[in-house]
Write a protein that binds this ligand. Structure first.
Ligand code: DAH
Length: 340
């Protein structure tokens, strides 16, 4: 009897189950009415009295151990079922992740930064929410000047001094207020105007401003810098022309045209059959603007320019409608795959 108890105790201790059904089979085999453990209890009656105490204890221990083992095996399957998601198919191949592409405006902004970095320009940024001083007054736009109308913008309702900047020229002021010449920087950023949205205009767009202030900076330096930029951006054979213009903060002021890179200057609907397309405004920084920022205009001169990134991108990639830049239609954006 003792031998059988010992043998069964070992056997039950070593039980392992791969399937929940096996646990039920174990229960039947050992603990059901006709099970091996139960049968031992029947045979217990025949155990001689002196051994009854010891055998009884071992028998009870065996039964308890068997019940515990069965419970443990059952529980192990319950946990596994909770962990496994029945809908999960581990053999299914993963979906391929297609890497995104840079937005065309970012591509062109980075290209502009690269071109100017090569001739020593560094990059700075300013706030999109500006005050009247940095966006207008310091740039020589007097309060009632009609030049303000061309840059109608969004004012913060509670404070007419605070507005969304209309151009990145505001960053010229912030830079000259805090830095001493020589200054050679470009300022990329987002700007805002109260414009009706169309194929050629948007109320949000992007500019890159340039500023060079030092001793003896001349209009010749400006022209040569712009020629270099135009040829890097649109190709070696690009020609430029400067037309006189007006901006309150530059004197003299000009607008830069580049020979149309689409028809090569012969005339097409992009250049409206003139052979030229305008890409930026520029000029020599007005001495009054230098003085507004605490820079001595008798010692220093400078030039500045400002271009719209959308405009350059439209030309470079021959995009017909500026609204495409803001719609995030993947059929449009994916065409720029592979560009950096
Ligand atoms: N801020 C002007 C605009 O948004 C562009 C501009 C013109 C910038 C002449 C300049 C400049 O720095 O010298 O229309």
């Amino acid at each position: 009897m003792l031998e059988r108890i010992k043998h069964l105790t070992e056997e039950i201790g070593n039980l392992k189950a791969d399937l929940p059904e096996e646990v039920e089979q174990f229960r039947l085999k050992y603990l059901s009415k006709k099970g091996l453990v139960s049968v031992l209890f029947e045979d217990f009656r025949d155990v001689p009295a002196p051994q009854k105490k010891e055998t009884g204890q071992l028998l009870n221990q065996l039964k308890a151990a068997a019940q515990q083992k069965i419970e443990e095996l059952k529980a192990s399957f319950e946990v596994r079922e909770e962990e496994a998601d029945p809908g999960m198919d581990l053999s299914r191949p993963v979906t391929n992740m297609v890497p995104g592409t840079r937005h065309p405006l970012s591509i062109v902004r980075n290209e502009i930064i690269r071109i100017f970095a090569q001739i020593g320009y560094t990059v700075a940024e300013g706030p999109e929410i500006e005050d009247d001083w940095h966006n207008f007054s310091a740039l020589n736009f007097p309060p009632e000047h009609p030049a303000r109308d061309m840059q109608d913008t969004f004012f913060i309702a509670k404070d007419p001094e605070i507005l969304l900047r209309t151009h990145t020229s505001s960053v010229q002021i912030r830079t000259m207020e805090t830095e001493k010449p020589p200054i050679r920087k470009i300022f990329p950023g987002r700007v805002f105007r109260n414009e009706a949205i169309s194929a050629r205009a948007h109320c949000i767009f992007h500019q890159v401003e340039g500023l060079y202030v030092d001793k003896n900076v001349s209009f010749m330096d400006l022209k040569q810098t712009l020629l270099y930029f135009a040829r890097e951006m649109f190709g070696e054979s690009t020609e430029i022309r400067l037309r006189p213009s007006f901006f309150p903060f530059t004197e003299p002021s000009g607008e830069l045209d580049v020979s149309c890179n689409i028809c090569g200057g012969k005339g097409c609907n992009i250049c409206k059959y003139t052979g030229w397309v305008e890409i930026l405004g520029c000029g020599m920084v007005d001495p009054a603007v230098l003085e507004n920022c605490g820079i001595d205009s008798k010692i220093y001169t400078g030039f500045a320019f400002g271009m719209g990134i959308e405009r350059i991108t439209l030309l470079k990639y021959q995009v017909k409608d500026l609204r495409l830049f803001f719609e995030n239609d993947l059929r449009f954006l994916r065409q720029f795959t592979g560009t950096i």
